[in-house]
Ligand binder design. Sequence first.
Ligand code: CS2
Ligand code: MG
Length: 408
Amino acid sequence: MKITEVRTIVTCPNRNYVLVKILTDSGVYGVGDATLNGRELSVAAALKEHIGPLLIGRDPDNVEHIWQDLFRGAYWRGGPVLMTALAGVDMALWDIKGKAANRPVYSLLGGKNREGARAYTHAGGRDFKETEDNIREHMEAGFTVIRAQVAIPGSGGTYGIGGGKEAALATWTNTPGANARPHVEVFEPGPYLRTIPALFEHLRANLGDEIDIFHDVHERLTPVQAARLAKELEPFHLFFLEDALRPEHKESFRLVRQASTTPLAMGELFTNRWECLPLIAEQLIDYIRCDLSHVGGITEARKIAILAETYHVQTAWHGPGDISPVAHAANVHLDLAVPNFGVQEMVRFPDVVREVIPGGPELRNGFLYVSDKPGLGTDVNEDLARKHEYKPAYLPIARRADGSVHDW
Ligand code: CS2
Ligand code: MG
């Protein structure tokens, strides 16, 4: 089999997605996800101008060889743009491999360790009661793990709230279009550090101990602040505390780890296994939560999972609305296969996304399932995709009250 064409498809059914379609001379094709939220066209250009042409004439079965060629062979390596482009190619190649072998991808990864992937979704609210009510709705829908965020007084809208139900939808946080500008939020550690322990005290008092709940810090704290938060949250038994620190400062996790037994998760901003390695090998985290679309795809995430398994670290792959159902399917194929699966983040995609990019995982009673179709089971409807043109859009920006830049 030979690769004959590499198509880069940029579409905006509800938000922007970048898909890679790799076609072969045998008629089999594969589809991968190369979406990088807010930087979509830079990945599309890397694919169109630099990476796609290198694949023509190659045998798509040699996934690892192509991966190594694109990662190391090009001298310039790593970073979110190139690793997302590589991830798109990698997923499309695994899709082809599965279709050619007439097996679903999980089967090629070692087969099923479990039937479904335990999933979590997002709850948010303008106050504690609204977050609590939103959690109750998710529990009624079958979820047993739920992320809880709440508006912080004085922040002008805080990451992850979106006012109740919207928190669990794959929607925009700002209005896309030619004049789009990032939404600016204020982040001050004082109100934040007072609010979050109080939120979890409220949730445990009203929801009991059984439901697994947790919080996403979104890399906003200093090491000592994160240590304080982890310690103060300890009585409320979080499932994990997500992304407490900036991705640059792996060594700072030692401080947080020493301060408490609150389980820690990290990784959605990492782009390769070497970034994960110190946290895994020193057992400074409990969950590694890279994004398959940003670490170079299934090939690299599988290696990260194996490293993690060696050190009692479980997986919790990033599954937000800004990656497409193709990447969500790749997540679940890997979730089913690895022994050290922990939990899978998910969002509900609106119908329009499911029409343009069909075949994503299905949720039943709090678990995600993929189809037994050969490959990833997902596809892109190119005619429909063309009708939904790219719209510029940005992630929000967090600033301190004095106007200086803070980590989002
Ligand atoms: C979040 C993401 O899902 C998560 O845990 O941290 O929503 C994140 O903000 C976006 O993926 C950024 O693109
Ligand atoms: Mg997160």
